[in-house]
Design a binder for this molecule. Structure first.
Ligand code: SAM
Ligand code: SF4
Length: 480
């Protein structure tokens, strides 16, 4: 893996600190953090951080945990990079565009280091590019990959001590990133990572390289955090993992994923439990049975298919055929409660013919998903598909993507139209500038905009009657 290296535990607990052979421009970095005074408890007083996140929900949640670590060290969070002594980017590298974005952002901050600011890159791009980031952007002082966040306190201590080049890039850890303090962005819905990394080997994907092998959190630790969240007033929890349903309880309880779902739902005060992302291979009837049994388990499953062609699925190493995937869909459709199904699709994988693409379109027709995230194939470093023949041109990928999205728009419009006159339980999370207009999510994860005369609904659950529907949102009014 590019830029990754192992360091023994007794050498700074896995941290690497490069020699102080930095430019005069480099020497000013971290001075500001050095200048901040230490309090009696050893935490920093007066230091500030700005943290920008690009990427998936797991990245968002990692950032919440990173913010928790910084706050516990005495840093204060600020809204603008200009006001921060420490500027951090937590970035996704799943597609090339996301990776490019961070370098263009770093370019904007080239001059900031001279003004005493410390710049750091976290996440998958950091893991992937490693120390190469120092070459491309010498004004960066901290590079920390997504598998090394648990070492952040030590990394920060190095930065605060004035080191100019600090890295945490090892992936061969069996630990998960748990921190006593997590600063959550949403006051009602809490993310909770239950499994990190990925042991699947999809031919196009960087995640196994950037996030390391699968590590599950002990069920007791998960349940303790859910109890704490409930006491803090959270009523919805979303269990996260790249392949969340591959969860394997490392404790002696050996709870299955479906048992963990039920145990989380059983915590007093918890009203909704979500989980994402499920891998089709590990998606069993016990998960559907749990959703049927327990109304607090949200009736929504995100089950990425990636392609409707068995030939392409084989090339992608997805470990299931179109027919096997459709068996999982049939299982979900036969459930006693209606379960919303969403998916991810990649178009333009190397060698994808017009006939393969037509199979993806026909799968869309067959399943009739409630939502779709669609992507043009993006060649990524280190992945097996990088060297596959028969690349598809960007123009052709764009054409297929547009056709796919238009088909899904039609399907969603038709599906949502059938929901007119339905009542949904909505967790209210937003208020529009327009008077009496609110928005939130149903248990089946649909966005619902609605009118109500109530004064303050944020964080509450209300009943909404659907009065009109578009492909992406439902509109309605609060009913008692
Ligand atoms: N673990 C999940 C799974 O197995 O479906 C997906 C996690 S990934 C962060 C989210 C989505 O990004 C994938 O489902 C896939 O559709 C898309 N993706 C991953 N690598 C990609 C690539 N190289 N090019 C385009 N899309 C990609
Ligand atoms: Fe990537 Fe495949 Fe793992 Fe999902 S299951 S994170 S797509 S390697």
């Amino acid at each position: 893996m590019a830029g990754t290296f192992d360091i023994s535990l007794d050498s700074l607990a896995g941290l690497s600190v490069a020699p102080e052979n930095v430019s005069s421009e480099g020497l000013s970095a971290s001075r500001q953090l050095q200048r901040e005074s230490r309090t009696a408890t050893g935490t920093l007083d007066g230091a500030t951080f700005f943290l920008e996140t690009f990427g998936c929900q797991m990245n968002d949640h990692d950032s919440e945990k990173v913010a928790g670590v910084l706050l516990s060290r005495g840093y204060k969070q600020v809204e603008s990079p200009d006001a921060a002594s420490l500027v951090l980017y937590n970035t996704c590298s799943i597609r090339e565009k996301a990776a490019q974005k961070v370098f263009s952002r770093l370019g904007e901050y080239r001059t900031k280091q001279a003004a005493g600011q410390v710049i750091g890159v976290l996440g998958c791009v950091a893991q992937q590019e490693g120390e190469g980031i120092f070459e491309r952007a010498p004004w960066v002082s901290l590079v920390c990959g997504s598998a090394s966040y648990r070492k952040l306190p030590e990394l920060l201590a190095q930065i605060e001590a004035g080191n100019q080049r600090v890295t945490g890039l090892d992936t061969d850890t069996d630990e998960t990133f748990e921190t006593p303090v997590t600063r959550r962005d949403n006051p009602w819905r809490a993310y909770l990572t239950i499994i990190e990394g990925c042991d699947k080997a999809c031919a196009y994907c960087v995640v196994p390289f950037t996030r390391g092998p699968e590590r599950s959190r002990a069920s007791d630790s998960v349940l303790n955090e859910v109890r704490e969240l409930s006491e803090l007033g959270y009523s919805e929890v979303q269990l996260l993992g790249q392949t969340v349903n591959s969860y394997a309880d490392p404790s002696s309880r050996r709870m299955r994923f479906s048992e963990l779902l039920l145990a989380v739902a059983d915590v007093p005060g918890i009203r909704r439990v979500r989980f994402t992302t499920s891998h089709p291979r590990d998606f069993g009837a016990d998960i559907v049975a749990a959703i049927e049994l327990e109304p607090k388990l949200c009736n929504h499953v995100h089950l990425p298919v990636q392609s409707g062609s068995t030939k392409v699925l084989r090339e992608m190493v997805r470990t299931y055929t179109r027919a096997e995937y459709l068996e999982k869909i049939a299982m979900l459709r036969e459930a006693k409660r209606p379960i919303a199904i969403t998916t991810d699709i990649i178009v333009g994988f190397p060698g994808e013919t017009e006939a393969d693409f037509a199979e993806t379109l026909s799968l869309l027709e067959e399943v009739r998903y409630d939502g779709l995230f669609s992507f043009k194939y993006s060649p990524r470093p280190n992945t097996p598909s990088l060297s596959m023949p028969d690349a598809i041109s960007e123009e052709e990928k764009s054409r297929r993507l547009a056709i796919l999205q238009e088909k899904q728009r039609e399907i969603q419009g038709e599906r949502n139209a059938t929901l007119l006159g339905t009542r949904f339980d909505v967790l209210v999370s937003g208020k529009s500038r327009r008077e009496n207009q609110w928005s939130g999510h149903s248990a089946c994860h649909r966005v619902v905009n609605f009118t109500s005369q109530e004064a303050n609904l944020l964080g509450t659950y209300v009943q909404v009657l659907v009065t009109s529907a578009g492909p992406n949102t439902l509109m309605g009014e609060q009913v008692t």
